[in-house]
Design a protein. Structure first.
Length: 268
């Protein structure tokens, strides 16, 4: 349950593997999202126990006189679980509205008493990350890969730039990402199309597998599965994770501010 928001963002904290294949992305002229977009997800543990909620919100903003999107992600436990393991996570990303390159990332979490308070400023021109670990009063400067993404901006970069029209089953995508104080490679494999039943109705979806490292949290590197809507929005509809103990599932429960029509095959 302590990975509620991380799993919603399809990234297993610092446990992502690296792909050697070419990234299949294109600079699309039409954005998949915009100001005012909001998602809410319902989390369930092992298929029946409600574990928590998570939200993602996009807003227009300014950062150092630059036009940016400010995305805030929140995750928290609910119901019985919060009485013995309370989670309250907040992630923020400020990224360029055109390139989706991040300028600033914030991670402020409390997971059962385990806390982090980290602010990262990115210098994309000089490939540097200025990390301010506020909890430990420690500042460091770390070299990054060119065009680095943070954990939140990766999600929006892929929505905007992944060329889904030309994807073939088995194709893989890679993105360089910076998390906490390290560079990581993110690998995503396309599994094909599927119609899934949601509380909004049956929806045509694209199915992906984000690869993670097996170990303390996940059963194996193929433990995550993601479904996104097969339309211009690329709405995240469902995420399933096989954990070392039990399983966790996130389902889209509410949305507003979509930029494009949301296609439903059969209404509920």
């Amino acid at each position: 349950m302590k990975k509620i928001l991380l799993i919603v963002l399809i990234l297993g904290t610092a446990q992502i593997t690296f792909s050697q294949q070419e990234t299949q992305v294109t600079q699309n002229k039409e954005s998949a999202f915009g100001d005012g977009e909001w998602f809410k997800f319902r989390m369930s543990y092992s298929g029946f126990l409600k574990a928590g909620n998570a939200t993602l919100t996009v807003k227009d903003s300014k950062l150092d006189n630059k036009d940016v999107y400010h995305v805030v992600g929140k995750g928290w436990t609910t119901g019985m679980i919060k009485w013995f393991f309370k989670v309250k996570d907040r992630y923020e990303s400020y990224f360029d509205k055109q390139t989706i390159m991040p300028y600033k990332f914030v991670r402020n979490i409390d997971e059962g008493g385990h806390t982090k308070d980290i602010v990262i400023d990115f210098d994309q021109e000089n490939n540097k990350a200025y990390v301010n670990n506020k909890k430990h009063k420690k500042k460091t400067v770390i070299d990054t890969k060119p065009n680095i993404q943070d954990m939140v901006s990766t999600f929006y970069y892929l929505r905007n730039n992944l060329d889904t029209n030309n994807l073939k089953v088995g194709d893989e995508v890679r993105i360089d990402m910076f998390f906490d104080e390290e560079n990581y490679g993110f690998k995503l494999q396309y599994l094909g199309e599927e119609i899934i039943n949601t509380e909004f109705g049956d929806i045509e979806a694209l199915k992906f597998r984000p690869y993670v490292m097996a170990g303390r949290v996940f059963k194996e590197e193929e433990s995550l599965t993601l479904w996104v809507s097969k339309d211009k929005n690329k709405v995240p509809l469902r995420i399933k994770a096989d954990l070392a103990v039990g399983s966790l599932r996130a389902d889209l429960e509410g949305f507003k501010g979509l930029k494009h029509p949301f296609r439903i095959v059969v209404d509920n």
